[in-house]
Design a protein around this ligand. Sequence first.
Ligand SMILES: C[S@@+](CC[C@H](N)C(=O)[O-])C[C@H]1O[C@@H](n2cnc3c(N)ncnc32)[C@H](O)[C@@H]1O
Length: 187
Amino acid sequence: MWSRPCGTARDRSSTSQPDGKLLHLLLSELLRSLVATDVSPTILARVRRRLGEERISYIVADARELPFEDGSIPTLVTHLGLANVPDSQRLLHELRRVGGELVATHVFYPEDDEENRAAAREIGVEALLVRSTMLATFREAGWEVGVEIEQPVHARPTPESELVAGVRIDGLPVAPTTATWCVLRAS
Ligand SMILES: C[S@@+](CC[C@H](N)C(=O)[O-])C[C@H]1O[C@@H](n2cnc3c(N)ncnc32)[C@H](O)[C@@H]1O
């Protein structure tokens, strides 16, 4: 299983504290071993300090170029991570290469939310932040995807913050919006 810990993809890190909440939950619910990956050694080290090493291994890796063999990870899991990785097409192809199924918490912006869409476009993640293009991008990468457990959320602009080594800006949303929180299940 692959999971990214809680964190941010900003080079100015947010005030949120990436701490592996989903990983923690998975550890308490499952008996199997987990592999946590993140491109940021800082974030992984923080999660390792919090959750230890029993049944978890930690690998610093770019999700667009994972050090795993084809089809070797039965279940890929990420909590709000997909939209933080620039070049969504490449990301989804790589996840398809290594993974069997993918379960991801995710947030959509409204189709007419031009300001946030433009900001997402600038950092290469727009495709996944709007439902229509998200579905198309998954299919192009060879995934069958379904949207589950949808919930409206009010999102405010991300605060300014300090540097985290090895990660880049996401900074979304740049304008207040009512987005849709959901779970994506793909195989
Ligand atoms: C906003 S977080 C995801 C939300 C987080 N799981 C939480 O619960 O708050 C995005 C994570 O993706 C990581 N990240 C950004 N770009 C990445 C990449 N190319 N490959 C792997 N991880 C990446 C960041 O370091 C960060 O830990």
